[in-house]
Design a protein around this ligand. Structure first.
Ligand code: SF4
Length: 352
């Protein structure tokens, strides 16, 4: 097995101008942490696509969660979600003003809170891609407490990438290993059919280097296929049981993505048979009444460049707020909040 240095030498030998997009926050973390962009040949551009679940959760969904929290329910979600900006404020702001907002590590933690507080309504704000949706589906399939519901904000990766493909200028994709453990490699076949080499990659530096080499090999041979460079975790067909649970619990529907707008068939809604635990339905009136009066169409038109960063059009350095007004301690945009966000990683691992 080649070492990282040998792989890098091979990449330098075969190098050609190429723009490669990855679609996973963990890939961005690996690439930033190991300074990979600084050791790759300059004609290889590695871009970050919409692969950070926290980053792509839109303002309106944060506002919905805040509206629920202010209505008197116990609102639970992952720690990263606490600081993601809504249109006017974030969940921590709501908590500081008296709302009962609690950080949890999983839906099971949220269910435990509901069981301990039978006199209260408890809502779990569920975000994430195909990776987190099966866990939440499994929980919904169990016997949930009557006072517990889920505000589902799950997103699907391939439809979003397909929506972008005409407007982004890329030559090949590194597909997200975590997502592919669930959905397998076949949902990325349409990209290969369009002429884009696709390699499913793991999350070590070596995994990323191997995937770049495999992309070069496809390009050299004039092929565009989907290859699995992460077989230790990804089966071509994915995790069939996880897919089955997702299909049992969720319908596929259109979804809003921060910076990308409404994308057809790119989100998951809770099926009617589980409506007793669907917070979007149970609290529909409360949410409508409490949403702030803002134009969500213009919500991303600010100095923050997250919208363009999620499309690989700009880099954090292009943002005038980067490392000045916007830092991990004072995030202005969602890309600076999570360890999977591009701005966060550029800030943490930048040369100063
Ligand atoms: S540095 Fe902050 S304000 Fe600028 S694009 Fe990134 S998240 Fe948005």
């Amino acid at each position: 097995m080649a070492t990282e240095s040998e792989l890098l030498a091979k990449i330098h030998e075969l190098s050609r101008p190429v723009r490669i997009m990855h679609v996973c926050g963990t890939h961005e973390r690996t690439i930033s942490k190991f300074g990979m962009r600084s050791v790759l040949p300059p004609e290889i551009e590695v871009l970050s696509g919409p692969g950070c679940p926290v980053c792509v959760t839109p303002e309106i969904e944060i506002d919905r969660a805040i509206a629920l929290a202010r209505s008197g329910v116990i609102l639970t979600s992952f720690g990263d979600m606490m600081r993601v900006p809504g249109s006017n404020e974030n969940l921590l702001d709501a908590r500081s003003q008296g709302a009962d907002v609690r950080m949890v590590y999983s839906i099971d933690d949220a269910i435990a809170i509901a069981e301990k507080n039978p006199e209260k309504k408890v809502v779990f704000f569920a975000i994430g891609f195909e990776t987190t949706a099966p866990t939440n589906a499994a929980a919904i399939l169990r016997n949930l407490p009557d006072n517990f519901s889920v505000l589902a904000s799950h997103k699907l990766t391939p439809p979003a990438l397909m929506e972008l493909v005409d407007e982004i200028n890329v030559d090949a994709f590194i597909a997200p290993g975590h997502v592919c453990t669930i959905i397998g490699i076949h949902p990325f076949q349409p990209f290969a059919d369009m002429g884009f080499p696709v390699v499913v990659a793991g999350f070590g530096a070596k995994d990323v280097l191997i995937s770049i080499l495999m992309i070069f090999e496809q390009m050299s041979s004039g092929k565009a296929i989907v290859e699995n460079a992460y077989p230790r975790a990804v089966r071509d067909e994915g995790n069939l049981r996880a897919q089955e649970m997702m299909q049992q619990v969720f319908d596929i529907g259109d979804a809003q993505w921060r910076g990308l707008g409404l994308i057809k068939n790119s989100g998951l809604t809770i099926k009617k048979e589980f409506e007793d635990h669907d917070a979007a339905l149970i609290y529909e009136d409360v949410i409508e009444r409490c949403l702030p009066e803002v134009s969500y169409e213009s919500a991303t038109e600010s100095l923050c460049k997250c919208a363009n960063i999620l499309k690989g059009r700009e880099k954090p350095d292009d943002c005038p707020l980067f490392a000045k007004r916007c830092t991990p301690a004072t995030p202005v945009g969602s890309c600076m909040v999570s360890q999977e966000g591009m701005c966060y990683n550029w800030y943490q691992y930048r040369s100063v």
